[in-house]
Design a protein around this ligand. Structure first.
Ligand code: SF4
Length: 383
């Protein structure tokens, strides 16, 4: 089939290795780096075993974990494996997440050479005290150096990740992080509010009173200043936590998730979505490797999403995006009349200046963005 006739899709590689576990993180990762070669061979085998995709991948994404711990040759091997098994667009966006504590000029140049054409650097903060609180393995200077080295290695399409809402953080402190980020001239910024996930060490420390969380009203102030500051500096918000210097530098891969477009995920705990079915791999590296060793796909479970579930997800995903939802598309997809079905909440949220409903558009106001999940729940209650 002609590649151009297939719908766009994505390929995700979950790289489950980290130098050290950050206390706030609940992603699956392990610190036994000796297992990297075994992992790379297993992912290549998983790709070979996977049935054909009904999409043409225009984005490949190495996430984790810390993908920049893989040798560039391994990245090359996995890109080659995906390209020989699936339809991958010649101009595919190939992104790798990078931890500043794991890169230098040499491996960055080799990643670029291997075909990675976009990187996302997890600088998190430009203040050493914040990095210490987050137990990151790098300093603020390491973050700046990684950006400069990546640019010298030929990465023009670069994103930075920042975390805010840390204990005691003032508007001035957060703004100085944003200013430092903008000064480095990235094409994309992800600004995440620190969340206290169940079961993490940081959440335990919070519960046992070792520190106090930033009060919600202060988090809201930091949140409100973010799009204001970034808009003045040329970055437009396109999702609750994501900002791009132009339409072209929005993350192609993340938009697959938000638009219910198909993607395949490889590696432990990776999720896939295609033809309204979601399936996910064994979470632990041991279980994942064992299944591959037995010559089996490492799928742990599958779920066929009902129209109701798809509708619920549409609210959770699309209301986080500045482009919101096209009401005519929603009506057609779910065979409903949106305005009749959700009349009561639309009116309430509009009155509170949380939602905009005009013409074919329904989406959140800037104020509403901070309450995206709660507002989505309001809609979902009526399904
Ligand atoms: S480096 Fe990233 S993935 Fe690894 S533990 Fe820290 S936050 Fe989690």
């Amino acid at each position: 089939m002609d590649k151009s006739l297939k719908q766009p899709g994505g390929i995700y590689f979950h790289v489950p290795f980290c130098v050290r576990k950050c206390p706030y993180c609940d992603f699956y990762s392990c610190t036994d780096l000796d297992r990297i070669p075994e992992y790379v061979a297993a992912v290549a085998a998983e790709i070979k075993m996977t049935p054909d995709a009904d999409f043409c991948a225009d984005s490949l994404y190495f996430g984790g974990g810390t993908p920049s711990l893989l040798p560039p040759k391994a990245i090359q091997q996995l890109i080659d494996a995906a390209c020989s098994r699936f339809n991958v667009a010649s101009a595919a966006e190939i992104t790798m997440e990078v931890n500043p504590g794991t890169v230098n000029s040499r491996n960055l140049a080799a990643f670029r050479q291997a075909g990675v054409n976009r990187i996302n650097i997890g600088v998190q903060s430009f203040q050493d005290a914040a990095l210490l609180f987050l137990s990151r393995i790098h300093s603020a200077d390491d973050g700046v150096r990684a950006v400069e080295q990546a640019r010298a290695a030929g990465f023009d399409n670069m994103g930075l990740d920042l975390i805010y809402g840390l204990p005691g953080q003032s508007e001035a402190l957060w703004e100085s992080d944003l200013r430092a980020a903008v000064r480095l001239n990235p094409r994309h910024l992800s600004c995440y509010i620190l969340t206290y996930e169940p079961g993490t060490r940081m959440t335990e420390d919070l519960r046992s009173g070792r520190f106090q969380a930033l009060p919600d009203d202060q988090v809201a102030r930091l949140y409100a200043l973010t799009p204001r500051f970034l808009a003045k500096n040329g970055f437009l918000q396109y999702e609750v936590s994501n900002f791009a210097a132009s339409f072209e530098t929005r993350s192609r891969h993340n938009q697959k998730y938000w638009n219910h477009l198909p993607y395949f995920g490889f590696g432990p705990s990776a999720h896939s979505f295609t033809k309204n079915q979601r399936f996910w791999n064994a979470r632990s590296l041991d279980d994942y490797l064992e299944k591959i060793r037995q010559g089996r796909l490492p799928t742990q479970a599958k779920e066929d999403l009902t129209p109701r579930q798809l509708m619920m997800e549409t609210f959770y995903l699309r209301l986080r995006c500045v482009d919101g939802m096209l009401v005519s598309e929603f009506d057609k997809r779910f065979d409903v009349v949106f305005d009749q079905m959700f009349d009561a909440v639309i009116e309430r949220y509009q009155a509170d200046n949380l939602l905009e409903r005009s013409g074919d558009y329904c989406g959140l106001t800037r104020k509403g963005m901070l309450f995206a999940d709660a507002i989505a729940s309001g809609f979902i209650d009526l399904i």
